[in-house]
Every structure is written in C-alpha cells, then in structure tokens.
Design a protein around this ligand. Sequence first.
Ligand code: ADP
Ligand code: K
Length: 445
Amino acid sequence: MYQPEIETLAIDKMRQLQSERLAEQVAYLYKRVPFYKNKLDEAGVGPADIRSIHDIHKLPFTKKGDLRDNYPFGLFAVPQNEISRIHGSSGTTGKPTVVGYTKGDIDIFSEVIARSLVAAGCRPGMIMQNAYGYGLFTGGLGLHYGAERLGMAVVPVSGGMTERQIMLMQDFGSDALCCTPSYAMTIAEELRRRDIDPQSLKLKFAILGAEPWTESVRADVERGLGVTATNIYGLSEVMGPGVSQEDHEEKGTGSYIWEDHFYPEIVDRVTGEPLPYGENGVLVFTTLTKKAMPVLRYWTNDITSLYYDKAGKRTHVKMGQILGRSDDMLIIRGVNLFHTQVEAVLEGFTDLSNNYQLLVKNEGTMDEVEVMVELDIELSKLLELVALDNEIVKNHDRLGAMHRSIQKKINDNIGLTMKVHFLMPGAIPRSEGGKLNRIVDTRKK
Ligand code: ADP
Ligand code: K
C-alpha cells in the first residue's frame, strides 16, 4: 500500500475524520463561494448545522448544470493567483465543464493516483506508458503526476498512434499501460494483427478507466496484452481519475473509493433519497479536502452501488461497476434500457468483438434500437470476409445462425425487439481519445 495507515483506517476513525473535514469544507464554501451560500440559504441550512458526516443529507445537490451556469470560474473558492491548473471535461460540443486546482489540490490528486497505482500492482522504478490523452482532459496529466509521485518513470506518449505505442512498449520495456479500455483493446487487436506475442512484451499491468467496461473486456485485454488489468474511476468535477481504484489482487470485487478525500453516497435517481449499501442508484460525491473548487453532493449521473468488503485489504468503501449513466438511460417504448444490458447479451457470443454501438431512431411514431456490432477479427480472417451486409449475413450458415440467436436473446432478456447488424472489425468510428460511443440517439426530441 502507498499509505497503509490511512488506507486501513478503522471505520469509526474514518467517520470522525470525514465529519471534521465536511464541517470545515462547508464553512469554507459558505464563506467563499456565493453560489453555495445562496444554495444553502435557500435550503435553510447553515454551516452550524453540519457537525457530522451524517448531516450530509441536509445539503442540497450540485449538478453539472450548476457548473455550466457558473462558467468558467464562478465556483472557484480561491483568488485566481492561487490556481495552479485548469482542466475541462471533454464535452465534444459546446463549452467544457471547467475545474480548477491549487498546488495543494494537485498534491492530493497525485497522492490518490499514487495510491491507485500501487493498488493496480505498480511499484516505484517501473516504467509507465501513459496513453491517456494529455490536454484539458484530466486523465493524461493526472496519471502523469501520480505516477511520478510514486517514483515511476513516465512515458508521456498520450493516446493514438498505435504502431508507435507498440514500438515504445517493445523498445522501452514499459511495465504498465494506462488508457481507456477501448484503446487497450485497439492495441491488443493491433498486436494480434501483427502476430506479436504479448508474452514477448515486458508489460505487466494495465490501468483502465474513463468509460464503462466489463469482465469480458478485461479478459480480452489481459489475454491480448499479457497483463493484469484493473479499473480506475473518477471525474473531473470531483478531481479526475483516481477517485477510486480496483486492487489487482481483488479483481472483480469493486474499486476502493479514497473516502478520506471523497465522500460517496448512493441516492435514488428520481427522488434523491439516500439508498442503503448494496443498492443501485446515482453516485454522489462530496469533496472533503479540496481548496480551489470543492463540490458538495455532486450528482455524477453514474449508476452503481457501494459496499464494504470485509475480505478486502483496505477499509475504504468499494463501488461496483458503473452500470450506466442515469442520463444515458434510454426509454424505448416504455422500457428502461441501459446499453450494458445489450452488452451482456453480446458477451455470450465469442464470434463477436466487444465493439458495439446502439443506434436509436424514430421510425414514424415508434422508437427503434439497432445494434451495430463488429465481428471478431479472427473470425473475419477465417471466413475471409471483405465486406458485410444483411444479405451476406442472412445467407451465411454460421453468421445467419448467430444473428438469429442474438435477436432472440435480446428479445427474451430485455423485452425489446432490435435489429442487429454485423460489421467488419474496425467499422464503428472511434472518437479521438479512442472512445467508442455506445449510444447514438437520432430521435427528434
Ligand atoms: P470526460 O467527460 O472528459 O471523459 P470526465 O472526467 O468528466 O471526463 O468523465 C467522467 C465520467 O467518465 C464519469 O462520470 C463516468 O461516467 C465515466 N468514467 C470514468 N471512469 C470510469 C470507469 N472506470 N468506469 C466507468 N465509467 C467511468
Ligand atoms: K470520461
């Protein structure tokens, strides 16, 4: 562990620490940020009402719209000359969501990333190939500073240029890679295409985040890159990546939230009422130690659950996988749909890749969902496919049978009929950061 004392702090001591920090954070914001003063006044809550972490439910939520309304620096709690870095979320259209950091905030950011990297298996002296995008996005610089803090040698290659990534991995002997799960898949596919044995690489660990992924992606990345892959989660409004991290020896049991800095809650997505441990709802965070731009009860929109893992090495609370975003939840002919439900069906078919996209359309009065999914690269080689369309699929024994079986499974498991289209590997466009948009909604609102 990077900070064993705090990472194994007894829960009652943790609550005490959180209580002190919350009271301080609320008083600090009330005094310094008019937005929070007004919001608390409206809610009839003053700093004096917040004595313990259990008083947190009295505080109003903060939402993304509040950040937008105060664009760019309206929520900063320190004068501009105390700001040492400014980041923004990637938001592909319109103005980014802006966040600021003091030197002290960057220190804490680096500290939680260093903790995360140790949990992921990294050690001082190792080489970190950082394939997260450098720029306004928090991933690149966040991981960079954290890996340096831990004492790793950072290769700041940023995302893209897959051939070069592979060359650097081979020549430098990178021990660890961090990037999005979909970019890790892209690198793995390229290795396979070029018949490079992953075992010939020194690479041992992959730290993957910034978008939802699944156990089947983990299996593919681990096999394709010859690594142990763990999850890193975070969001710029709260800090950036490193808000939570999975331990490499506790894979699949959730990610530790560094709750001495970020206090999590799960609330009902409609009523905002707190939900018990183990139940799925919207993840909400309150920062406990930030100075430049703290947030109170920030509504992440991410759907997951929290729980304490008695068998875990650390005492901090764990969060499950992100099941989807509450604003991503599609309502199709009255049925609530997360794309991860379709993903769960597709995962059962080994002839498919993990690259899929849902096209949501409005046909007349009916909402329709079409599933676009790329075939596994090996299969497309084996079948010597050069192109694909519905006719080819229908008239092909193996593809046709698989196609019918998927449509049926979707119907049985989800209760919706969807058209399924098979595509050639690589056919779905990826965004610049290597992300694959899971949902394209073209319905007229
Ligand atoms: P950007 O929007 O630029 O990607 P943000 O930091 O604002 O950057 O993105 C944060 C969001 O990314 C989270 O709220 C969550 O939806 C998603 N995210 C980040 N890490 C993970 C992860 N490990 N698993 C699932 N979703 C993640
Ligand atoms: K993200």
